[in-house]
Design a protein around this ligand. Structure first.
Ligand code: X8Z
Ligand code: ZN
Length: 661
């Protein structure tokens, strides 16, 4: 339980605003701010904040590191204590920040930092409500992470299957329609129903906090991170641009799934959500073995070569470091080599998910990874080290600017490096792969694998926050219906079994109950291709984009360092403009489409005989899938809802129309 000594009731907040002033002229008037315009005091406050917040951040990060590298109750308690102290500190800092008339502070960098402090978080809530939402989110996360399932096979009665890795692995590997349906349903129904009421209260409190802070609702507050009034339009345009490629991939995959599962899948219909290799159908890598275009072509796997060459975890990290230094970028500091965890230790429990750590003191940077000698872990090593490279590049910024340029850019940078490292060209240059036999079929296989990871993810990464923002703005009625409307419209998928509002399916995705914004993953996918293409261009790469390797390009290293070193000290549009050398300051699907163009051409040829590119929803779906009946029946049965065209009807018209283009 955390206790924070600030406001007690909304009346006190009102009193506070009356004493300190609330809104003043100029552009940022809708947010809470006070009357103090003294620049000297503002700079003094920010200096103190930087020092204290860095110490606080270091303590919290150290507590987290100690817990995840040695999971004990005692370490968990210490970590939670540090987090509670930090929450108190953040709350006190917010109060000081909003005592300034920050939108009128003349120094732009000071104004930007004060705005960050004033507009983020939920500190405008009273103590009671702040504590309530804090504990509500903790409870929802706890319920999610503690959920265990019974196995499908009746003989085995140990009901202790966890989502990660057990159930995720089954969803990716099993090809048994009924088994997959069992796990899909069991997971959704273990999570959604018990979380629904808690989530509704959370929506109420999050909205209250946002409104007290001057936002229209909590979605509006989340979007503030993007500092761009046309952000919604920008991402909608990106989705539209990627949709034709997605539909071609969808159509090709549907045919392969029909070959596998038979006519339980309609040849022009949507796909059942549970057979795409992932609990949320968010990426389809799990069904590569079904979809693979040329099974006989050579596979890209250097694991054996790594073993034969005597690779160790340490050597994998040295190889990754050499990638960055070959581009003239920053080597890993001594603390990194001294304190990182490269291997799973014996004798104590650790959390093995690979991660990159910034200890907020400009000295200590670490990676935690239970490294195995595999190609996959070699890529992961480069990915995590790219995060550290970003930390190192912006380390001279004040703490508030030691962040990614916009949410999603950290992942974009690491993934862009991944696009280079994964090429046969790069693996050949570091002596792990003989690419002399590379041919068209190998390239198409490779691009299809990448598309199952990245193209299929675009509609899912888009809809999570579209759904969440609509709940925040329009209310909590019909939350599950709206979820499936979006799933059908953008992903072309339907639930494998009948749903009702009580099922509350969106909660099956951790980021929903855990209050973690999701659109950043969408941004990350799109920007990684924009960044990759720009870096390849300055590196002088010619030929198809998917074969570009940035290794040893000092020019690419220089551009990347310049882009990263600004952190979040400026609007991200300036960063994108610098990154693309003046070409654009927006999210743009062009680079991603160019990367996949050879595959798109191949898919268009494969789909020539298909009657529908994409999906048409019809009454048959309810019959064939016996699934959407309860929830979607009113759209099909000519009931009163048919009179007003719902989003679903629009989705059907939209999809049918586009299918023939
Ligand atoms: O949540 C995550 C990471 C933590 S940043 C495990 N990801 C998204 C997801 O699982 O949905 C990584 C990929 C997208
Ligand atoms: Zn990452």
């Amino acid at each position: 339980m955390i206790l924070i000594n600030s406001f007690k009731t909304p009346i006190e907040i009102l009193g506070f605003l009356l004493i300190f002033g609330c809104t003043v002229g100029r552009s940022d008037t809708r947010y809470i701010e006070g009357l103090n315009v003294n620049l000297g005091e503002a700079l003094q406050f920010l200096r103190e904040y930087d020092r204290e917040a860095s110490t606080m951040c270091n303590r919290v990060t150290t507590g987290q590191w100690q817990f995840v590298t040695n999971v004990t109750d005692n370490n968990r308690r210490k970590m939670l204590d540090e987090q509670t102290l930090k929450a108190k500190f953040d709350r006190a800092s917010w109060r000081k920040a909003v005592s300034f008339a920050w939108s009128r502070i003349p120094d732009p960098l000071a104004r930007r930092q004060l705005k960050m402090l004033a507009t983020r978080g939920r500190n405008s809530l009273t103590d009671d409500k702040f504590n309530e939402i804090y504990h509500l989110i903790a409870e929802m996360k706890e319920l999610y992470t503690r959920t265990r399932l019974c196995p499908y096979t009746e003989s085995d009665q140990n009901c202790d299957l966890v989502l990660d890795p057990d159930i995720n692995k089954i969803m990716a590997q099993s090809k048994d329609y009924k088994e997959l349906s069992y796990y899909w349903r069991a997971w959704h129904e273990a999570i959604g129903p018990p979380l629904k009421n808690k989530y509704m209260r959370y929506v109420q409190l999050a909205n209250q906090a946002a409104r007290l802070n001057g936002f229209a609702d909590a979605g509006d507050q989340m979007r503030e991170d993007y500092e761009d009034d046309s952000f919604q339009q920008n991402i909608a345009e990106v989705v539209s641009a990627i949709t034709p490629l997605y539909k071609h991939l969808f159509t090709f995959t549907r045919r392969k799934l029909i070959d596998r599962y038979g006519d339980i899948i309609r040849k022009d219909g949507p796909l059942p959500a549970h057979i795409l290799g992932n609990m949320w159908a968010q990426n389809w890598q799990g069904i590569y073995d079904i979809v693979q275009p040329f099974p006989a072509a050579r596979k890209l796997d250097v694991t054996l070569d790594m073993m034969l060459q005597g690779f160790t975890p340490l050597r994998m990290f040295q190889t990754a470091e050499e990638f960055f230094t070959s581009m003239g970028m920053i080597p890993m500091p001594p603390e990194f080599w001294r304190s990182s965890m490269f291997e799973k230790p014996v004798g104590r429990e650790v959390k093995c998910t690979a991660s990159a750590w910034d200890f907020c003191n400009r000295i200590d940077y670490r990676i935690k990874q239970c490294t195995a000698i595999t190609m996959e872990d070699l890529f992961s090593t480069h990915h995590e080290m790219a995060h550290l490279q970003y930390y190192l590049q912006y380390r001279d910024q004040p703490l508030l600017f030691r962040e990614e340029a916009l949410p999603g850019f950290h992942e974009a940078v690491s993934d862009a490096i991944g696009l280079s490292v994964i090429t046969p060209q790069h693996l050949h240059r570091i002596g792990l792969y003989n690419n002399s036999t590379d041919d068209y079929e190998t390239n198409i296989n490779f691009l299809l694998m990448m598309a199952l990871e990245k193209v299929t993810y675009i509609p899912f990464a888009y809809i999570v926050d579209q759904w969440r923002w609509r709940v925040f703005s329009d209310g909590v009625a019909d939350m599950t219906t709206r979820w499936w409307e979006l799933r059908l419209q953008y992903q072309g998928i339907v639930p494998p079994v009948a749903r009702s509002e009580n099922h509350f399916d969106p909660a099956s995705k951790y980021h929903v109950p855990a209050d973690i914004p999701y659109v950043k993953y969408f941004v990350g996918i799109v920007l990684q291709f924009q960044l990759f293409e720009s870096l390849c261009e300055v590196a002088g790469h010619t030929g198809t984009l998917h074969t570009c390797d940035l290794y040893r390009s000092r020019e690419a290293g220089r551009l990347l360092s310049d882009v990263l070193s600004a952190g979040s000290s400026r609007n991200w549009k300036d960063t994108i403009r610098e990154m693309t050398r003046g070409r654009t300051d927006r999210l743009d699907a062009g680079a991603m489409l160019r990367y996949f163009e050879p595959l798109a051409q191949w898919l268009r040829r494969q789909n020539q005989m298909e009657p529908v590119i994409g999906w048409i929803t019809s009454q048959e779906d309810t019959e064939i899938l016996s699934s959407v009946s309860a929830l979607f029946a009113h759209w099909y049965k000519g009931g009163c809802n048919c009179l007003k065209p719902s989003l679903m009807i629009l989705a059907m018209i939209f999809n049918t129309f586009y299918s023939f283009m």
